[in-house]
Design a protein around this ligand. Structure first.
Ligand code: FAD
Length: 459
């Protein structure tokens, strides 16, 4: 059956003697942290979300310990100002839990990273709950399905009909911008350009983070450290090798991605299996398209001219889509390696890993950003319970998050395996992939399973 490709018109609309925290260095203060619940430092529970006074300057937050020494501390120190760190800060703020976010890069750099583009509906609702859904609702595109194709012919999976749910196409850059704007409005503290971030005492009751900012060495004492610093950040490495278990699969190919200011070729994403390799037609908005080609792992983006990219894309996608493809100059061209990775546990003492710091998925199932957000959901709930006097959420965080992580890992792996060309698969493997796609095309049960995973399993 030939797919009826929708048209773009269907788019809708311290060191010793000094306790330094944040920008202040306070001579003579010790940095011994308190348990705020025992010391009564901080009223637990909700605060009027409009009352930002206590967040304006984190150095205001200090108390005397039992020995009369001044203690400066923050409740949750978040390492990493990517989407997971910012969303966690935003949700905790709404619960009256104060945070500081430490980000290695400039804000412009973080906002310039072209990455994910598809939000599960659970992510959409979480962003709304965090008070950052307005622009997404106005400018994002709700998609009710995807197209799958094999050997230039395709069919559609109707998420809405099969599950009653949709996904939202709204770029990670836009999500991140909305979160930064919200942190600004709330007077939230995000320190950019921090260097040498190091975690200390995470397996005890006195965790703290040291770093250099604006040429000054600083230290933040906290109740918890949230490691939201991506795959290459320092947080996961703070867990001893004797404790950390790592599970990994590295795929022998990558995705060559092109962003172009052209109308998308279809109203929904096209995932194409082809003997020459996988291709994906995605988008960001009505005049911004994102296309990908499977390429060997050692390929470099610079060896691909724009014309070579478009020619290869046309070969791999269904013929009627190829005929209507509008091409233009690539405004961004890069290669992303594909990897499946999980680190266990996601909690070590008072360190809690979130998002890419703990797990990576190949982007085939559009799960990376969404998994980061489900971690944030579990963690903000756990921390909220903690400050209401209940430790169970923190203790159960790793198990709860990992249960969902592994299901998303399985789905991302299965989509990758079904759609990509593997060097050793031979003609047998190709026929198996084609049979799997044919089965999907004819089976409502198989389509429902795919749709349920793609729109996102419940948090
Ligand atoms: C090239 C690429 C393409 C992708 N495409 C897709 C896609 O199409 N679909 C999809 O679903 N997912 C995609 N992903 C995955 C998705 O972008 C991630 O899952 C998502 O960004 C995870 O968010 P995060 O906040 O956990 O981590 P990150 O976005 O990695 O943020 C971590 C932050 O921590 C900061 N940091 C790192 N080290 C330090 C340090 N020492 N000190 C302070 N800060 C530090 C980093 O600068 C960064 O800002 C892609 C990822 C990459 C790399």
């Amino acid at each position: 059956m030939q797919a009826a490709w929708g048209t773009p018109s269907r788019f809708r609309q311290a060191g010793p003697g000094h306790c330094r925290i944040g920008i202040l260095a306070l001579p003579g203060w010790s940095a011994r942290p308190l348990d705020p619940r025992q010391a009564g430092c901080r009223p637990a529970g909700r605060r009027d979300p409009d009352d930002r006074r206590e967040l304006i300057d984190i150095a205001n937050y200090y108390r005397q310990d039992r020995c009369g020494r001044m203690v400066v501390r923050i409740q949750v120190c978040i390492i990493g100002g990517g989407p997971s760190g910012l969303l966690l800060a935003q949700l905790l703020d709404l619960q009256g839990i104060e945070t500081v976010v430490l980000e290695r890069r400039s804000r412009a750099h973080v906002l310039g990273r072209i990455r994910a583009g598809v939000l599960e509906w659970g992510s959409v609702e979480l962003l709304r709950k965090a008070g950052v859904g307005d622009r997404m609702d106005a400018e994002g595109f709700a998609h009710e399905g995807i197209y799958l194709a094999a050997q230039n012919r395709g069919f559609r999976i109707d998420f809405n009909a099969l599950t009653g749910h949709r996904v939202m196409v709204y770029g990670q850059t836009e999500v991140t911008r909305d979160l930064y704007d919200a942190r600004d409005r709330a007077g939230g503290r995000v320190l950019h350009g921090v260097e040498g971030v190091a975690l200390h005492g995470v397996d005890g009751s006195d965790p703290h983070v040291t770093f250099t900012h604006d040429g000054t060495e600083k230290r933040i004492d906290c109740d918890f450290i949230a490691g939201c610093d991506g795959f290459h950040g320092p947080s996961r490495r703070a867990i001893p090798a004797s404790v950390l278990r790592e599970f990994e699969r590295v795929y022998p190919f990558g995705w060559l991605g092109v962003l172009s200011e052209t109308p998308p070729v279809a109203d929904e994403l096209i995932y194409a299996n082809h003997a020459r390799g996988f291709a994906l037609c995605s988008m960001r908005n009505a005049n911004l398209s994102r296309y990908y080609l499977q390429v060997p792992a050692d390929e470099t983006a610079g060896t691909w001219s724009d014309d070579a990219f478009w020619d290869e894309l046309r070969r791999r996608i269904p013929g009627d889509a190829a005929e209507t493809l509008v091409t233009g100059p690539a405004i961004e061209k890069s290669i992303a390696p594909l990897r499946s990775y999980v680190a266990e546990p996601m909690r070590w003492g008072r360190l809690l890993l979130v998002g890419d710091a703990a797990h990576i998925v190949p982007p085939t199932g559009a799960k990376g950003l969404n998994l980061a957000f489900s971690d944030v959901h579990y963690l903000h709930e756990a921390l909220t319970r903690y400050y209401l006097g209940d430790d169970a959420g923190i203790e159960g965080y790793s198990g709860r998050a990992l249960a969902r992580v592994w299901k998303a890992e399985r789905f991302s792996w299965s989509m990758t395996t079904m759609l990509h060309r593997f060097a050793d698969q031979g003609s047998f493997g190709q026929r198996i992939q084609e049979a799997e796609l044919a089965y999907l095309e004819g089976s409502a049960a198989a389509q429902t399973a795919l749709a349920e995973n793609y729109v996102g399993l419940p948090f």
